[in-house]
Design a protein around this ligand. Structure first.
Ligand SMILES: C[S@@+](CC[C@H](N)C(=O)[O-])C[C@H]1O[C@@H](n2cnc3c(N)ncnc32)[C@H](O)[C@@H]1O
Length: 390
């Protein structure tokens, strides 16, 4: 193995969140580098990082590296250090680099599960993958004998992760009456069923959960499954988000990969209802892409790929900002790892009712002006934002 192969292999394992712990030692420069660096995975503000603890005798320094930056870091460290002892889930590696950076690796199996931060291990799933869940069987995620189908593994991880976010949000929801929840753009409704199953069947909450989608046949099929399973608090409706009017107060609005501006429609509805919690994982984003024509952005926009990513990131940043302006405390957090789905940003907004501070107002105005863009959500919320952004 050469150094580049080592970098590729370690990057892949680290990005798959398989790391349990590591110790890096034998620096090439004894004067410039820390004698030892310890690695461990940590979650900071909802984002998975590898923490590097540089040990200089009694003194320590910490650095947290995101999975996006990890390849560069591994490349640097394999230049600077000669010994890597790494424990990954199921396999421990002892890596030695020679003076000329030839690599030798010895590997031994271990019994260790992934660190608790990793979401791809059985014991960390909210829905036990070894148990037969009739709704997952009916939805074609699990076989009758309880095996998660290989092509549904990513979806299974996504719904488990989403449930974790819902669990974290429970403290913001009322406890004195049934919870009213809407899943907009529910599609085949894996998440809708899983959320109902978790909240009602597993946790005993009274829940009235509605899945709404444009697709009549899919919705009818879901309604039939809910009836068969006697999920009495779970209903499905055919309809367009923008036309949907709730007959009662809605506590939580969720979306998972609702297409393009369907996410904005859902956020707009949630705000108008004063929903206490919004959990929304956006999908493809085309709307801002067609509007970004500010000359100051040419260096980015001339590359289609960059423009697309920037439009998407700008859209989510604006969504978060606008939600803050109308009384929410909003964060953009990593949903699942990038390997699972590139659509991996989750908008988490808790209603506080607080008036926005002057800085949030000013920076939002400046950003919208700089982009020369009129985002869909700003239009959806024009009444609510009228005084704030005037
Ligand atoms: C990519 S699918 C995601 C489905 C599901 N949430 C999931 O994660 O498996 C997006 C869904 O949003 C629905 N959708 C898009 N625009 C909509 C709208 N305006 N009103 C209701 N549903 C909409 C589509 O019909 C589609 O089923």
């Amino acid at each position: 193995m050469d150094q580049q192969q080592l970098i590729d292999d370690l990057t892949k394992r680290l990005q798959a969140k398989e790391l349990i712990s590591g110790v890096i030692s034998q620096p090439r420069s004894k004067t410039e580098s820390a004698p030892k660096i310890k690695w461990k995975p940590v979650e900071l503000k909802g984002i998975y990082h590898i923490q590097m603890e540089y040990q200089y005798g009694q003194t320590m320094k910490h650095e947290n590296i995101t999975l996006t930056d990890i390849e560069h870091k591994v490349a640097t460290l394999t230049d600077e250090y000669r010994q890597f002892q790494l424990v990954f889930a199921g396999e421990s590696l002892h890596i030695q680099l020679t003076k000329k950076k030839k690599v030798s690796v010895s590997s031994s199996p271990n019994d260790q599960q992934s660190a608790s931060l990793s979401h791809n291990r059985k014991k960390n799933y909210v829905l036990d993958p070894d148990e037969v869940h009739p709704f997952l069987v009916r939805l074609g995620v699990q076989t009758k004998d309880g095996k998660i189908k290989s092509q549904k593994q990513d979806k299974f991880k996504q719904i488990n992760r989403f449930i974790e976010f819902a669990e974290d949000a429970l403290g913001y929801l009322p406890t004195d009456r049934p919870l009213k929840i809407i899943d907009f753009g529910s599609g085949k409704s894996y998440l809708t069923f899983a959320l109902y199953h978790y909240l009602h069947e597993m946790k005993g909450y009274e829940v009235q959960l509605t899945g709404l989608d444009l697709k009549k046949e899919v919705i009818e099929h879901c309604a039939e499954i809910a009836r068969d399973l006697n999920y009495t608090g779970l209903t499905f409706q055919v309809g367009d988000i923008s036309d949907y009017n709730a007959s009662q107060e809605i506590d939580m609005v969720v979306t998972l990969h609702a297409c393009d501006v369907a996410t904005d429609m859902a956020l707009g509805r949630a705000v108008k209802w004063g929903a206490k919690v919004i959990l929304s994982v956006p999908c493809c984003q085309h709307e801002l892409f067609t509007q970004l024509d500010s000359p100051a952005l040419n260096v980015m926009n001339k590359h289609g790929l960059i423009k697309e990513r920037f439009a998407s990131l700008a859209t989510d940043s604006i969504r978060a900002q606008l939600l803050d302006l109308v009384g929410y405390d909003t964060q953009l957090v990593e949903f699942v790892n990038l390997e699972n789905t590139p659509k991996n940003i989750l908008i988490r907004a808790y209603y506080t009712g607080k008036n926005p501070d002057a800085q949030t107002v000013e920076e939002t105005k400046a950003f919208l002006q700089f982009l020369n863009a009129k985002p869909f959500l700003a239009n959806e919320l024009k009444e609510e934002l009228k005084e704030v952004l005037s």
